[in-house]
Design a protein around this ligand. Structure first.
Ligand code: NAD
Length: 371
């Protein structure tokens, strides 16, 4: 009776019994002398406290590590799975001493058997330089990673959330992008390993829901930035900040008129948790991002202003299939999750720059060839 996972019929029955118990009975259960009584008491306590066992794949990454931190602080038992392809262990070393945190080196393209209540599937290289490093591996990570984590969710009857991306909209013809827009992705271009991998992952999530009634959530994340971004990941915010702090000129691809929207990591993590804990009927996909739209040139100028750098702007050709505009329509997130970003760009950039000032760039390594 006590091995049931949260959400199973037996577990729900068990919970209903405990919830229905009178207060007197509930307080007297722990006093039962038998081993059986003590086990009831432990289960009762964990149900009442609502702490869950949660897996975060890619949990040592930029977003994953903040998510783990938040869930550990909330008292959940958190298992972080990561192969450290694009991240450093230092992102989670501060959590290693916590009794409710575990770190497992694991590649999500292989199955793993764990007993869990919830899964956040965050594992995937996210920056173009990282995901184009080994494009075949990137597709495997998205597709096999989704199959393996969905298999775990099906077996444990766990809830599972997929970190999808605004890249599934490709170079959009619709602006801003609502979830109903089906996108304009080049399936044979250099970004396709990421964009198409994430699109297939969404398909798999929907098919596991339709076929196996797996309790899923799909979140399409738009550009998010903050402390613990990899300084050499080539993403625009980390690149500009590192160049400014190192006194280098700032490289703009194209003429800088292309736009992006930037969401601070705390806002994004709040959105992920709200989505996971939202009603089961609302599976998404839902856009999470900050609708404030800036040109790349404006972003560079803001970073120069905050850092006080003397950097000049230098222009290089735009990479193939680079989207010209990107801005989320977040009406659905506002309506269903009562979520919207709170941190203004200047404040988020200041916190990110403060963190970048504390790190040693030499300690960060690029992805290694063996992965
Ligand atoms: N940050 C953003 O702006 C953004 C935007 C859209 C989507 N996302 C999605 O959010 C997730 C997290 O992104 P992030 O920005 O934190 O990137 P990140 O690169 O910092 O984190 C990804 C993590 O996944 C791990 N990983 C990669 N391949 C793996 C594998 N095969 N097995 C196990 N672990 C693996 C990496 O080592 C890293 O720790 C990704 O799935 C990404 O696609 C992020």
């Amino acid at each position: 009776m006590f091995g049931y996972t949260r959400g199973s019929v037996h577990f729900r029955a068990c919970r209903a019994i405990f919830d229905g118990m009178s207060k007197t009975l509930r307080t007297s259960v722990p006093l039962l002398p038998s081993r059986y009584g003590r086990r009831i008491a432990r289960r009762c306590e964990s149900v009442l406290k609502k702490n869950k066992r949660i897996v975060v794949t890619g949990g040592a990454g930029f977003l994953g590590s903040h998510l783990c931190e938040r869930l550990v602080d909330e008292g959940h038992d958190v298992i972080c799975l990561d192969n450290f392809f694009t991240s450093q262990k230092t992102n989670v070393t501060h959590l290693l001493g916590r009794p409710n945190f575990e770190l497992i080196r694991h590649d999500v393209i292989h199955p793993i058997f764990l007993e869990v209540d919830e899964i956040y599937n965050m594992a995937c290289p996210a920056a173009p330089g990282h995901y184009q490093y080994n494009p075949v591996k990137t597709t495997k990570t998205s597709v096999l990673g989704a199959i393996n984590t969905l298999g775990m969710a099906k077996r444990c009857r766990a809830k599972i959330l997929q970190a999808s991306t605004s890249e599934i909209y490709g170079d959009p013809e619709v602006h801003p992008q609502p979830e109903s827009y089906r996108g304009a992705v080049n399936p044979i271009g250099p970004r396709a390993c990421y964009d198409e991998g994430k699109r297939v992952a969404e398909t798999l999530f929907m098919d596991y829901k339709r076929m196996n009634r797996v309790n899923i959530r799909l979140v399409r994340i738009f550009n998010t930035y903050g402390p613990r971004m990899h300084p050499f990941d080539g993403r625009v915010v980390s690149n500009f900040i590192r160049q400014a702090l190192e006194g280098e000129d700032i490289t703009i691809f194209g003429d800088g008129s292309q736009t992006r929207s930037f969401c601070y990591r705390d806002d994004l993590v709040e959105g992920l948790i709200r989505m996971m804990n939202g009603p089961d009927e609302f599976t998404g996909p839902v856009n999470l991002g900050n609708p404030g739209e800036y040109t790349i040139k404006q972003l560079a100028e803001k970073i120069i202003e905050i850092t006080g750098a003397k950097s000049k702007l230098i222009y290089q050709p735009l990479p193939q299939d680079d989207p010209t505009r990107r801005q989320p329509d977040i009406s659905l997130a506002k309506e269903k999750l009562r979520w919207e970003p709170k941190v203004p760009l200047a404040e988020g950039l200041q916190k990110t720059i403060d963190w970048f000032r504390t790190i040693d760039f030499e300690a960060y390594r690029p992805p290694t060839p063996n992965y």
